[in-house]
Design a protein around this ligand. Structure first.
Ligand SMILES: Nc1ncnc2c1ncn2[C@@H]1O[C@H](COP(=O)(O)OP(=O)(O)OP(=O)(O)O)[C@@H](O)[C@H]1O
Ligand SMILES: [Mg+2]
Length: 145
């Protein structure tokens, strides 16, 4: 487990880029953290580690953004996803192959189903707000961490 403090959105992006040098194809990144914590900001930084220039936004309505690239990158928002049938409908099981990296916002909603089959591929990233407006506590578990 590794813990970090970020003092700005930019710092979160830079940290994400560095951490993702150790997050390889086949990984499933499960975010936890409230609205506005910085999950999407983290993904924006992460893509730079893979030289992927796609525009990153919360896939709130689409449920999944396909950023392509090599490795292929998929960005999920599970905010409205409840239960295993819902998870299946997002395409998660099709996308979760060993050549892809999945970044999953609101993974709290689907974690139990993902853990069941993909435990050894999971990297958990928790982003927690603090009393300082622009500060975040970022905790990374699993994978190389
Ligand atoms: N240290 C920080 N790291 C990341 N974001 C920060 C930080 N400090 C302030 N912010 C602000 O917090 C917001 C984070 O927004 P972002 O869309 O990344 O959150 P999110 O966790 O994806 O939220 P949602 O669950 O609504 O999708 C941005 O407005 C950003 O400027
Ligand atoms: Mg988001």
């Amino acid at each position: 487990m590794c813990r970090f403090i970020s003092k700005s959105e930019k710092e979160t992006e830079i940290l994400a880029q560095k951490l993702c040098q150790n997050i390889k194809a086949g990984s499933i990144v499960l975010f936890s953290g409230e609205m506005g914590a910085g999950k999407t900001a983290f993904v924006r930084g992460a893509l730079r580690a893979y030289n992927n220039a796609s525009f990153v936004s919360s896939p709130t309505f689409a449920l999944v953004n396909d950023y392509g690239g090599c490795p292929k990158i998929y960005h999920f928002d599970m905010y409205r996803v409840k239960g295993e049938d819902d998870l299946y409908s997002t395409g998660f099981y099709d996308y979760a192959d060993e050549n892809s990296i999945l970044f999953i916002e609101w993974s709290e909603n689907v974690r139990q189903f993902i853990e069941e089959f993909y435990k050894d591929r999971i990297v958990e990233i928790d982003i927690e707000k603090t009393e300082n407006e622009n500060e975040r506590k970022i905790t990374v578990r699993g994978g190389e961490f």
